[in-house]
Design a protein around this ligand. Structure first.
Ligand SMILES: [Zn+2]
Length: 469
C-alpha cells in the first residue's frame, strides 16, 4: 500500500470536504483557522502514514538471510589432520569459515561450514557455550559442519580417535596448537555477529540434482576390503542446494550438500588445502559472486573421483570444477521458484545404540554415553531443520555410510530430504551391518556395533515422520 491509496488522498473528495467544513466553521478567525487547518492536515497526514506503515508491516516479507566468508588460514606451520602426523610446509589454497544465517521472523538459524577435517562433539559443545555466553544465541540455533579436508590443521582434541590407536596409529601425541583452536572459534563468533548484522530481506529456493564426482571406496582386493575404488558399490550422488537471494533476485549465498571424503590429496601432501570441498566452493564463488557453504553428506564410505595422491599439482584436481562445480552452478540457475514465505523449525532428538564392546569412553564425552543395565550405549544427537512443509535437512555428528542416508531419504515423508554429515562434531564412522561383516577400515574405527544401522535408520526415520505431522 502507498500513500496515494488512503481515504485522505488528494483525490478523495470526502476528505477535503471534511477540511472545508472545518474551514467554514472557523472562517471568522483566519489565524486560528490556519493553525487548526495545519493541525488537521498534519493529523490526517500522520494517520495515513501510520495506517500505511501498519499495512506495510503486515505485508512485508519477514524472511531475511545473509552469508559471510571468513579466512581462517593459519600463518604458522600446523599439524595437518586426517593421515599420519605431518606438519604443513606452505599454503596451496586458503581455508575459510562460511556462515549463512536465515531468519523467518521467529527463528534465526546459523549454519557454519569450515575447511577443517573434523572436530569432537565436545569441542562443538564448548564453542556453543561460549557463543551463548557472548551473544545470547542458543546452541540449538547453530550448526557447525566441517568439510573433512585432510589437508587442514588439527582443531581441538580428537577425543574418540585416540581410542583407536590400533587402527589409526599414533596420530594424536603431536604438539597441538591451542592458539589456533582459539583463533578458529574467535573467527566463528565474530562471523556470527557479522552475519547477524547483515540480515536483509530475502527469498529462498531449493534444488536437487546429481553429480558424478564421488565413488564408493570399499574395494575388494585380494580377498580384503581396502580403501580404493568400488565402482559397483552404493554411493549417494544427490546434490542438494539451498539458494538465498535478495528481493531483486541477486545472490546472497548458496549452501551445497554433497557426499565426498576430502581425500583427493594423500598424506604425502604438506600444503594446506581445502581439498575438493574448498576448491569447488571457491570455483562456484568466483562465478556466482557470493559465498558458498560446502556441507558434506554421508561420506563414510565415499571417495572423491578421482583421488590424485600426494601431488597437489596433478592437473586432475581441476576435474572437480566440471564434475561438481558446474553441476552446482547449473542447479543454481535451474532454481526458478524462490519464496519469501519461509517457516523454519529447528529440532533435535537422540538415537541410542550399543557401544562397541570393550571400547573405553572419555569423560569429556559423558553426554554422549548412556549405560543401561550395564550395557553402554552411544547417544547420537540427530538435528533437524524443517523448511516450510516440504523440505527437511537432518544432520548428525557422524561419518555415515551412504546406504543409510539413501534409505532414510527413501523413507522420508518430505519431498526434499538433505543429510548434513560431520555436523556438530563427529562420533566417527557409522557403517552398515554388511560392512561390519566384511571388515575393512571404517568398521575398525567405529565406536558402534553391527546393530547401529538398524537402530539409527529406525530412530531417524521415525523422527522425520514425527516432524511431518
Ligand atoms: Zn573420514
Amino acid at each position: 500500500m502507498n500513500l496515494e491509496e488512503g481515504p485522505f488522498n488528494r483525490n478523495n473528495r470526502s476528505g477535503w470536504k471534511h477540511l472545508h467544513s472545518i474551514r467554514f466553521h472557523f472562517s471568522g478567525c483566519p489565524e486560528r483557522y490556519c493553525i487548526m487547518k495545519f493541525i488537521s492536515r498534519a493529523f490526517v497526514f500522520l494517520s495515513a502514514v501510520l495506517a500505511s506503515c501498519v499495512v506495510y508491516a503486515a505485508e512485508q516479507p519477514e524472511f531475511r538471510a545473509a552469508c559471510v566468508k571468513i579466512d581462517i588460514t593459519p600463518d604458522t606451520p600446523q599439524w595437518l589432520q586426517g593421515y599420519a602426523p605431518r606438519q604443513s610446509e606452505g599454503i596451496h589454497d586458503r581455508l575459510y569459515h562460511r556462515i549463512a544465517a536465515m531468519d523467518d521472523g521467529a527463528t534465526t538459524f546459523y549454519m557454519v561450514a569450515s575447511d577443517l577435517c573434523v572436530i569432537s562433539p565436545a569441542f562443538y559443545d564448548d564453542f556453543t557455550k561460549r557463543l551463548e555466553k557472548e551473544t545470547g544465541i542458543s546452541p540449538k540455533n547453530v550448526w557447525w559442519s566441517t568439510s573433512h579436508t585432510h589437508s587442514g590443521p588439527h582443531v581441538g582434541n580428537q577425543d574418540l580417535g585416540a581410542l583407536f590407536a590400533a587402527s589409526l596409529g599414533d596420530r594424536f601425541s603431536i604438539t597441538l596448537d591451542a592458539n589456533y583452536w582459539t583463533f578458529v572459534v574467535d573467527k566463528i563468533i565474530a562471523g556470527i555477529k557479522e552475519v547477524q548484522s547483515k540480515l536483509e530481506p530475502a527469498r529462498l529456493g531449493i534444488g536437487v540434482g546429481t553429480a558424478k564426482a564421488n565413488i564408493n571406496r570399499r574395494e575388494l582386493r585380494n580377498g580384503k576390503i581396502v580403501l580404493g575404488e568400488n565402482p559397483g558399490g552404493p554411493v549417494d550422488r544427490q546434490l542438494g542446494l539451498i539458494r538465498l537471494e535478495r528481493q531483486d533476485g541477486s545472490l546472497i549465498g548458496l549452501i551445497a550438500n554433497y557426499a565426498i571424503h576430502g581425500t583427493c590429496l594423500h598424506g604425502g601432501n604438506k600444503q594446506i588445502s581445502g581439498d575438493v570441498p574448498g576448491w569447488v566452493a571457491t570455483y562456484v564463488e568466483e562465478r556466482a559472486g557470493a559465498p558458498m557453504l560446502f556441507v558434506n553428506g554421508a561420506e563414510g564410505n565415499v571417495a572423491p573421483l578421482p583421488t590424485v595422491g600426494n601431488d597437489i599439482n596433478d592437473p586432475r584436481i581441476k576435474s572437480f570444477e566440471q564434475t561438481l562445480g558446474q553441476p552446482i552452478l547449473q542447479l543454481n540457475k535451474s532454481i526458478s521458484e524462490t519464496t519469501d514465505k519461509v517457516k523454519l523449525a529447528i529440532g533435535r532428538t537422540i538415537v541410542e545404540t550399543p557401544r562397541r564392546e570393550g571400547l573405553p569412553w572419555l569423560e569429556e564425552l559423558a553426554a554422549y554415553n548412556n549405560t543401561i543395565d550395564g550395557t553402554h550405549h552411544v547417544r547420537i544427537p540427530v538435528f533437524s531443520l524443517k523448511i516450510n512443509d516440504d523440505t527437511v535437512v537432518w544432520a548428525a555428528p557422524l561419518e555415515l555410510f551412504s546406504e543409510i542416508a539413501l534409505n532414510v531419504r527413501a523413507a522420508s515423508p518430505f519431498k526434499t530430504t538433505l543429510y548434513f554429515g560431520l555436523t556438530n562434531g563427529s562420533l566417527m564412522y557409522l557403517p552398515t551391518k554388511a560392512a561390519f561383516a566384511e571388515g575393512g577400515y571404517e568398521p575398525s574405527v567405529s565406536p558402534f556395533t553391527p546393530r547401529a544401522e538398524e537402530d539409527f535408520f529406525g530412530g531417524v526415520s521415525q523422527y522425520l515422520k514425527s516432524l511431518k505431522q
